[in-house]
Design a protein around this ligand. Structure first.
Ligand SMILES: Cc1cc2nc3c(=O)[nH]c(=O)nc-3n(C[C@H](O)[C@H](O)[C@H](O)COP(=O)(O)OP(=O)(O)OC[C@H]3O[C@@H](n4cnc5c(N)ncnc54)[C@H](O)[C@@H]3O)c2cc1C
Length: 376
């Protein structure tokens, strides 16, 4: 039975801590939210991605046969904790290494695995996720982007929106409708789409943070070959639905966001500079940050020993998202002179946490209906 206190886990923690001290000595994101800084930050995150890949830390939980380390969630959480403590950057290819990579490993052909997994791992190909559309967000079954069958592939027409990293992405994990007649949930397919085609138009959306990290993307007759269809035509729903991969990812999402939350929290503590009222509030928030860490660890251990872990993992998103907003709200209220831009950026950025990967209302529905068994 695995646990965070076992010798192997402790040894991994020491190894990672030592590596991070050296690897982060010359990197630290500015966090100001200014576009010029964000461009630099993007480059820094790309470089960090490569550093992780070269050192064997980019895909801890991937099987060894695909270039991963074959570890389980324990090592992933330890790495996130130590990255948080070292204020390490967030790797750029976070989307590619989560849903697309897991789905390609599970549903892809041997050729697709050989073609797509190595550049995801190395950071040479950046991925985005094309689910949301102007009229399909929480309810993904309403996607209207259409892929029409031709002799040896598909012609795709439609619009996606809020597509993070689309402006730099090489590939898109795209959900599109492939049948007008088949029943709901048996009429969509997933494509591993090449974004570098003239018929793909990426229109950056200016966010309240001042940055443009996501875009509206139009597909005007874009081509996807048969070898870019993942799994079986019309059976793409399990590869994309909220109850599938995206929900299972709540644990790793919380693990990933703990890094940013911890970074913001440490900055907040510094910002308070021993002012009594601020310190009192920060101490209370500190307990919650620690509880987040323990909750992630406990859920991970439950997963490891085969106990029901989906329920505790479902409350995680709501917990970390609201905690993050509480931290950045206080940071903004304090408005420390040195950190003004920092807090403006993170305050706005944290607003998105109760929207993406399932809105807070949807998370509450999940908790009410699936965990507490309340009537609809
Ligand atoms: C920073 C950021 C990055 C994103 N990146 C991506 C990306 O890379 N790829 C991608 O595909 N999408 C991305 N999204 C989009 C995100 O997944 C959607 O915004 C989200 O799924 C909600 O969809 P929507 O905006 O259409 O809102 P809607 O689904 O229209 O919801 C509007 C409101 O109604 C509520 N609501 C809807 N249905 C219910 C219900 N059944 N019960 C109770 N309340 C309900 C919602 O909670 C919300 O408050 C991103 C969003 C953000 C903010």
């Amino acid at each position: 039975m695995r646990s965070f206190s076992e010798p192997a886990a402790e040894a991994f923690r020491s190894e990672v801590r030592e590596w991070l001290i050296k690897a982060t000595s010359d990197v630290r994101a500015t966090g100001s939210g200014i576009q010029a800084d964000l461009d630099a930050e993007l480059q820094l995150r790309r470089d960090w991605d490569r550093k992780l890949a070269n050192a064997g830390y980019a895909a801890l939980t991937w099987p060894v046969e695909y270039g991963g380390r074959g570890f389980d969630a324990i090592e992933e959480v330890i790495f996130a904790e130590e990255s948080a403590a070292a204020h390490a950057p967030i790797p750029i290819n976070q989307f590619g290494r989560r849903t697309p990579a897991s789905a390609i490993m599970e549903y892809g052909t041997p050729q697709q695995r050989a073609r797509f997994l190595p550049p995801i791992l190395s950071g040479d190909e950046i991925w985005c996720e094309g689910f949301s559309e102007p009229d399909a967000g929480s309810d993904l079954a309403a996607v209207a982007t259409t892929a029409v069958r031709e002799t040896d592939g598909y012609r795709i027409i439609g619009t996606k929106v809020w597509t993070s990293l689309a402006h730099i992405a090489d590939r898109c994990y795209l959900l599109a409708r492939t049948s007008d007649d088949a029943p709901r949930h048996h009429n969509v397919s997933v494509f591993l789409l090449n974004m570098k085609q003239p018929e793909v138009r990426v229109i950056p959306i200016k966010q309240i943070t001042g940055a443009s990290e996501f875009s509206r993307v139009t597909f005007d007759g874009v081509w996807a070959g048969d070898d870019e269809l993942l799994g079986v035509e019309n059976e793409g729903w399990p590869l994309a639905s909220l109850v599938g991969l995206r929900t299972m990812n709540q644990l790793s999402l919380a693990t990933r966001y703990y890094v940013t939350i911890r970074d913001n929290f440490d900055q907040l503590r510094e910002c308070c500079n021993a002012a009594p009222e601020c310190t009192r509030r920060v101490d209370r928030i500190g307990v919650k940050v620690e509880l987040l860490r323990w909750h992630v660890m406990r859920t991970t251990e439950m997963k490891m020993i085969g106990r029901e872990w989906q329920s505790p993992s479902s409350v995680l998103h709501l917990y970390w998202a609201e905690l993050w907003q509480e931290i950045t709200q206080l940071g903004l209220e304090q408005m420390c002179v040195d950190h003004e831009k920092y807090w403006r950026r993170w305050y706005f950025e944290s607003r998105a946490a109760t929207i993406f990967a399932g809105t807070a209302q949807i998370q509450r529905n999940v908790i009410a209906e699936r965990i507490l068994g309340l009537p609809r």
